[in-house]
Design a protein around this ligand. Sequence first.
Ligand code: NAI
Length: 263
Amino acid sequence: MATFEQKSIIITGAAMGLGLAAAKELAGRGANLTLMDFNEGQLKEVAAQLSEEFPDVKIITVAGDASNEEDVKKYVSEAQKAFGRIDGLYNNAGIEGRQAPITEYDIQVFKKVIDVNLMGVYYGMRHVIPVMQQQKYGRIVNVASVGGIRGVQNQVAYVASKHAVSGMTKNAALEYGRDGITTNAIAPGAILTPMVAEAFKQVNPNDPKAAETEYAQRNPIKRLGIPSEVAKVVAFLLSEDASYVNGQTIAIDGGESNIYGNS
Ligand code: NAI
């Protein structure tokens, strides 16, 4: 299992869900962390809990909006100030938007989803890469989705943004591999986080648990994923062990994205 001692890793959207799970996994392996989220209260709580559990690692928090370039510059400069370097960026902050067919999709929600999921990931890479170039080392993990590989009914903005994440990941891999920087994306399937719980509420407001159970039946493993299962793959991609993996979008979905038709 790769260690992250003396490594400095930034995690966006770290206050809950997949970001929080990665923070726990990486702190447990000795990483110093810059945790960023717009939910400042929750972020501070999470940082305090992690510091108590892992007293040997240093954790700083930066409250801000990943879709605001100035806030992105801030988390980059704060990480540099605290740790002198940035070894990894887990570009994870993202939102789902609303469920609606293309012709009825709310345009403002569409733009917001693109702003956070696409521009947020882009700004992160734009401002972290120059630091990594100077170091001649870096690992970037962008968060796409199975919706970045396939269509997902009623989620046009999300699918557009996540396909873009996968595309930008390929470009970063081509443009900065020579600088010792690898860039990959993950494509989680349905992982039980607050975001997914909210989606099931939209699918079946009267019985979200029934929507969840029905959804799980489509999966070859017949259950939803849990955040720690994603965090372990993220830790691998952020580690030195993943030195020859570059430009890939790795599905973490129990095999669901391979299904054709009704299995
Ligand atoms: P979540 O909603 O449980 O947690 C997301 C975190 O990001 C929250 O703490 C929220 O405050 C923060 N955040 C949202 N927008 C932000 C912004 N503009 N600036 C700063 N922080 C912001 O979501 P979850 O499930 O943990 O998702 C994390 C990432 O994984 C997202 O990019 C999502 O699209 C992706 N994903 C999740 C899947 C799942 O099944 N949970 C499946 C596929 C992808």
